[in-house]
Design a protein around this ligand. Sequence first.
Ligand code: CMC
Length: 440
Amino acid sequence: MSQETVKLIYQGQTFELPLVTGTEGEKAFDISQLRRKTGLITLDSGYANTGSCTSSITFMDGERGILRYRGIPVEQLAERSSFVETAYLLIHGHLPSRRELTRFSVLLNDHSLVHEDMRSFYSTFPRFSHPMGILSAMVNALRSFYPELQTIEEEIDMTVTRLVSKVRTMAAMSYKISRGHKVVYPRPDLSYCANFLNMMFDTPVRPYVIDQDMVDALNVFWILHADHEQNCSTSTVRMVGSGRVNLYAAISAGIAALWGPLHGGANQAVIEMLKKIHQGDESIDRIIQRAKDKSDPFRLMGFGHRVYKTFDPRARIMKKVCDRLLEKLRLEDPLMDIARELEARALSDSFFVDHNLYPNVDFYSGIVLRAMGIPTNMFTVMFAIGRLPGWIAQWKESMDDPSWRLARPRQIYVGPPETAYVPMNEREDREPGPIHRPGE
Ligand code: CMC
């Protein structure tokens, strides 16, 4: 911690708040003693100016479009690493040696099966349940099937491995069961990504032929999603975890947080928006107009980001992956042409320029997933599998942090002042709303 301080003058008194400087020169002033010393709290809607922790996992610079995991630029990882290696890097803090990577891969293989009794859960969900709701419930249920181990180190090692391995199996299983198809088990001879594609698409009547281009694209897709510092779902994992709940429950909460269309659900929302344009229900002109219209809640999906005020570096890589994959597979996706035109139109419109709105990772990721054959309602599940190592790394870091406390923000109460209880016969007779009965 530097000696520099920030001075706060309140009611004639000066308070000095210590300045904290990060590796890359980012500065924050520490308000942990603020209320005790001044009686004040801070108000920060959406936590846009609040650092909730110090972290050595991921560095983002939204002004310069930089993203690094444990110091390594995401561009280099996308080019040279695999998702499993990147997961190891995030969780353990360093690139694995050959033997460490082999051990991790062996463990992932050994723990890839899901308890057979869990299969019955799938059939009890209503047919059109969203896979994100199912995944969140299933991950939470894992704790009942895999109870706590003896030591904390063993617990963390095993739980982490189980989660990274089983989430992929559970996601593919949910797809197969939703289609009424036979579940395909993981194969020990296949890599993490190839195994997932095989579990998704292999059938007894049409064996799946593994295409290395697809496997490579999936590796990059998952690497790009692997962590993104204190976003909504990651902060949820840290917050839920701060109550010292088990890791499965914290990750289950993270999955639920990711589901929303402003966060991970944007990849599904982008494709739905592009499809509407393709089907003629919307036009590019109208979409742009609606996004600019303050009286319309609509937003251009896949555009804008809380942190990036320039191109999202992940979006640049994703667009390249998309172009390469479509070309190699000789696929012509009309949604890709619409996406390119929509991007060009938005980037030349003063509203988007003035608001620093650029494509984010989700703008092209849906087209990559479509090319792989992933159904639209599974897109956010794909994001969740990718984000899992980041959630785990952040949870682990918070557990190891000696200064970590139960997350418990404060508020400024603006409701009625103290009010006496009014007996029923003295209350105003107000019109109640209608009663909606099931089946009506
Ligand atoms: N379309 C139209 N206007 C937008 C958009 C958009 N996509 N994003 C932001 N704005 C405008 C907004 O109307 C506001 O304008 P003004 O200042 O004139 O009132 C201004 O930009 C700032 O918006 P904000 O809501 O305060 O910004 P935020 O930092 O809270 O929002 C966001 C970030 C990602 C929620 C938002 O950009 C958005 O809704 N984007 C569309 C959804 C999306 O693509 N989400 C995926 C994010 S990347 C995946 C991930 O990591 O989760």
